[in-house]
Design a protein around this ligand. Structure first.
Ligand code: PLP
Ligand code: COI
Length: 354
């Protein structure tokens, strides 16, 4: 694997849009910082990444990304503490997962130093874009796509890796009610569900639109074979609390191995919460909702952080979750965001100072 032999080249933007941004009222992923990281794969190798002004890109109409969806991405966040120090959360895990996704999509893997050094250089140039307000952060979107041309249905010979950043507030506004899916599937055995492939999300849009029309915000995917097992949500892994036990499904080649998910499992265990990583059936959840032992459900992901679920629909019936005073969701969310934003110690070594 190639490693960086020199400093990352930085081409600064002549103007800044930062004064146009209302940092007190940020939505999610709609405004972009002044710079981005750009890196090209040509002639069988990745060229050195550069920090460049944020700009639109030009592609040939035959670029394979348009036709065959050869693209993968990551989601990360940068935080700033009271001293203006910048932190990431387990960034090497995102880098490794990007390459796991790339491999499955026949995209050449990126050298880790290009990702890590490129990201750090970008964050230093755009450090003023990292919000300090509680609940806000700089959402980071690294992505790789097939920029090589040709209608032949085969991997491209050229790729582009970009990192774009968006100062962002929360992903969901308001309560999250979910629909447990009985017909459509997000992924299948042997497929690309474990990868953060762009097409995984496109395939969810139509069933999610149907759920939104019925008054839900998200679909909870079930296994493609029987639709009996809870898998994950569109952009989050799912946790279910029955009595005092926190349960989440095991990862598989159908489920994204979420960094928030694995952190929550460790955090919850460290706090003495009984945790079970096991398959969980829809019937178990419905029965628990009916007999009152279903205490909480929440989604976990970088964008969503920990998003409590207020209720779910299944087979034409709606189930509300109780409104507890002290929830696992709120205590675990505080713990993980305190670690991410340098407000407490980090015995796990997850926080990464830029
Ligand atoms: N599952 C899916 C399908 C996702 O898109 C995400 C978001 O990245 C997650 C789970 C959560 O993963 P992570 O915690 O690594 O962000
Ligand atoms: C993230 O949580 O970072 C994601 O990638 C989810 C995304 C689809 C918004």
């Amino acid at each position: 694997m190639n490693t960086l032999t020199s400093e990352i080249e930085i081409i600064k933007s002549k103007t800044s849009k930062i004064n146009e941004v209302d940092f007190e009222n940020l939505s999610f992923g709609k405004t972009f910082s002044d710079h981005m990281l750009e890196c090209h794969y040509k002639n069988g190798k990745w060229e050195a990444p550069k920090v460049v002004p944020y700009h639109p890109i030009t592609l040939d109409p035959s670029a394979k990304i348009f036709h065959y969806g050869q693209s993968v991405f990551e989601g990360m966040k940068a935080y700033k503490d009271a001293n203006d120090d910048i932190f990431l959360f387990r960034p090497l895990d995102n880098c490794k997962r990007l390459n796991i996704s790339s491999k499955r999509l026949a995209i050449p893997e990126l050298p880790e130093s290009y990702f890590m050094e490129g990201l750090k250089a970008l964050l230093k140039v755009d450090s003023d874009w990292i919000p300090k307000k509680d609940g806000s952060s700089l959402y980071i979107r690294p992505f790789v796509f097939a920029s090589g041309n040709g209608f032949h249905a085969s991997p491209a010979d050229e790729y582009t890796f970009l990192i774009a950043c968006a100062p962002s507030g929360s992903y969901f506004s308001g309560k999250v009610k979910v629909l447990i899916e009985e017909k459509y599937s997000r992924s299948a055995n042997g497929g690309v569900g474990f990868a953060k492939a762009g097409g995984n999300y496109a395939g969810q849009f139509y069933p999610t639109q149907l759920a939104i029309e019925k008054g839900y915000q998200q679909v909870i995917w079930t296994d493609d074979n029987t639709h009996e097992y809870i898998e994950e949500a569109g952009a989050m892994n799912i946790f279910i609390r029955i009595n005092d036990t926190l349960i989440t499904g095991p990862t598989s080649d159908r489920i994204l191995d979420g960094i928030t998910r694995k952190s929550i499992i460790e955090l919850a265990k460290a706090e003495g919460i009984p945790v079970e990583v096991r398959k969980i059936t829809v019937h178990e959840v419905v029965a628990a909702a009916k007999n009152g032992s279903l205490k909480e459900m929440f989604g976990a992901g970088t964008a969503a952080v920990i998003s409590p679920i207020s209720g779910f629909g299944y087979h034409g019936e709606d189930f509300d979750l109780p409104e507890l005073e002290n929830t696992y969701a709120s205590s675990l969310k505080k713990r993980i965001t305190d670690i991410q934003t340098n407000k407490c110690d980090d015995p796990f070594g997850w926080r990464y100072k830029v």
